[in-house]
Design a protein around this ligand. Structure first.
Ligand code: URA
Length: 242
């Protein structure tokens, strides 16, 4: 395996932020092959070198992280007696401990993270952490002329709920009357895109999530299939949770 900076290697395995890990290293709490190392920039190989943090061997992540391209017709739950869940897209041998990160509606398509890392799941879905989510939608009906400005100001839903400022980009007014839009949200309320568009006079006919935080739906991933996240993708997710 390639050599990595010590502070990055330790932080990416969940031992703290880059800054906290830097302080730990400078304080002499990290050893490499038995020798105290006080230089956060020192390079080491996580497979060849023995790195200990406060006497505990730094281990590789055992948790699993997947990107699923969710199809319509499955619900974002771990089990259900009636409806098919996203976990049923994984082989039974792989399912133990896995859970979707947040929810997409049954008819929503696209990027859904699935992991058995409960702490990361909690951190990414925490309402305090405003992780960006980008959606592509096909809208019927009329969207008022000041739709983008209303999104930017923070839409009030029909039930009076106030949304955080968000972005709306009108991509195309199609010849079949549908409007193609992109929406970026910084929070995750129930049916939020559909309810925001409804507040402007439109109806969401089709909804797909394209990205969540630093993670973008892999265009090579077929609908209904999943793949493991790369190390870089996992590190990027951890970095938005600090
Ligand atoms: N907003 C919605 O309305 N539905 C989703 O599935 C996700 C965001």
């Amino acid at each position: 395996m390639a050599q990595e900076r010590l502070d990055k290697m330790i932080a990416s395995r969940g031992a703290g932020s880059r800054k906290e890990v830097g302080q730990m290293i400078r304080a002499g709490r990290v050893t490499v092959n038995g020798q105290t190392c006080r230089d956060p920039a020192k390079k080491a190989d996580p497979e060849q070198d023995t790195v200990c943090v406060m006497g505990t061997l730094l281990r590789d992540r055992k948790e699993r992280y997947f990107m699923l391209n969710k199809p319509a017709g499955v619900i974002s739950a771990t089990e259900d007696t009636v409806q098919k869940t996203v976990l049923e897209l994984f082989p039974a041998s792989e399912r133990t401990g896995l859970a979707p990160v947040g929810r997409l509606d049954k008819d929503t398509l696209g990027l859904l993270l699935v992991t058995d890392d409960g702490a990361l799941n909690h951190a990414l879905t925490s309402p305090r952490r405003h992780v960006d989510k980008r959606y592509r939608a096909l809208v019927s009906g009329t969207l008022c002329a000041d739709a983008a400005e209303r999104f930017a100001q923070g839409i009030e839903l029909r039930d009076g709920t106030k949304c955080l400022p968000a972005e709306l980009f009108i991509l195309e007014r199609r010849s079949d009357g549908l409007i193609e839009v992109e929406v970026v949200l910084h929070e995750g309320k129930y049916h939020q895109v559909k309810r925001m568009i409804a507040a402007l006079g439109g109806y969401v006919e089709r909804l797909e999530r394209l990205s969540m935080g630093p993670l973008t739906l892999d265009p090579a991933l077929e609908r209904g299939t999943y793949r493991a996240l790369t190390k870089e993708e996992i590190d990027a997710l951890f970095s938005v949770c600090r």
